[in-house]
Write a protein of this length. Structure first.
Length: 235
């Protein structure tokens, strides 16, 4: 180290000190910046009482770091006071720029986190609506399960499954919400007899509204799936 122009201060408490510098021509703003930041960390470390920190810095450590900073600034300033102040001013601007960039990055990450929390909140609300609709429908299915005569009045179920999101660029469409009852003109059967005679067109409309697969090889098979869905006994 005897031939070094600038000797690195002692490493304290696990901190990384600024590097040693071979010659005056190797001194840069990064050298001065490293010294200033290290001094700031040392001062914080000096007030620490945590047993995990290890050896606290001494006055000698601070003095050596101040010498490192002064020699770096003097070299950058060509030995005159104005030059030293100019170098320190540049360093202040550089550090301010770094802090500003870090602040913007942190702000951007917080905005992204806020967006995710809002989206999560909407998903939770959506699941809550689905659970509520499903719970109400269980009572309706129990009621419909008592349909033993052809003229028994059935009760419609609420929509449980949300419609899928439209593709990007698609024209907006009015879609039913979870918890909605089917509109009067949709064709939900009013009686057990009507449920047994549902047409393929009516089943298509009910399938679209409820987002449930009332599918099958024949219309009778599709009717059976719908009847099971609404809780109607299949005889």
């Amino acid at each position: 180290m005897a031939n070094m122009f600038l000797v690195s201060p002692r490493a304290v408490g696990g901190l990384v000190p600024p590097p040693s510098v071979q010659s005056a021509s190797d001194i840069t703003m990064e050298t001065l910046s490293a010294g200033v930041l290290y001094a700031h960390k040392l001062k914080k470390l000096k007030t620490s009482v945590s047993p995990d920190v290890g050896e606290l810095c001494t006055a000698q450590d601070l003095a050596e770091t101040e010498v490192y900073i002064h020699k770096s600034a003097s070299t950058l300033g060509a030995g005159d006071t104005a030059g030293v102040m100019n170098a320190i001013t540049k360093l202040g601007k550089e550090l301010h720029g770094r802090l500003d960039a870090l602040g913007k990055e942190l702000h951007g990450r917080l905005d992204a986190l806020d967006g995710r929390l809002v989206a999560l909140g909407r998903r939770v609300d959506g699941v809550g609506h689905q659970v509520h609709a499903s719970s109400l429908n269980q009572n309706v299915r129990l009621y419909n399960n008592r349909a033993f005569g052809a003229d028994f009045n059935l009760r419609p179920l609420k929509k449980e499954v949300p419609h899928p999101a439209p593709p990007a660029g698609a024209a907006p469409q009015l879609v039913p919400n979870v918890g909605d009852l089917p509109p009067e003109d949709l064709g939900f059967p009013r009686t057990k007899g009507q449920a047994r005679t549902l047409t393929a067109t009516a089943l298509d409309a009910l399938q679209q509204f409820y987002q449930e697969p009332f599918t099958g090889g024949t219309v009778d098979e599709r009717r059976l799936k719908f009847q099971v869905f609404i809780g109607m006994p299949c005889e």
